[in-house]
Design a protein. Structure first.
Length: 65
C-alpha cells in the first residue's frame, strides 16, 4: 500500500492530490511504526529493515518538496 502512495505522490506533478495522499501515507506510516514500537527485538530490528527502503523513498520525496 505504501508503495502505491509513494509512486502516486511522485507522479502528481501539479500537486493536486498531494494533500490527500500525504494524509493517507502519513497515517499508514504512523500505524506501521506504532506496530513496530510494541515488538520485541530482534523482530523490531527485522521489521525496520523490511521497511527501510520504502521509508527512505518517502522521506527523500518529502525532503525535496
Amino acid at each position: 500500500m505504501i508503495e502505491f502512495h509513494i509512486k502516486s505522490i511522485q507522479s502528481d506533478i501539479d500537486g493536486r492530490h498531494f494533500d490527500d495522499w500525504n494524509t493517507e501515507a502519513s497515517q499508514i506510516w504512523k500505524d506501521v511504526f506504532r506496530e513496530i514500537s510494541v515488538m520485541e527485538d530482534p523482530e523490531r530490528t527485522e521489521a525496520l529493515e523490511l521497511i527501510r527502503e520504502q521509508w527512505m523513498d518517502y522521506l527523500k520525496h518529502f525532503a525535496s518538496t
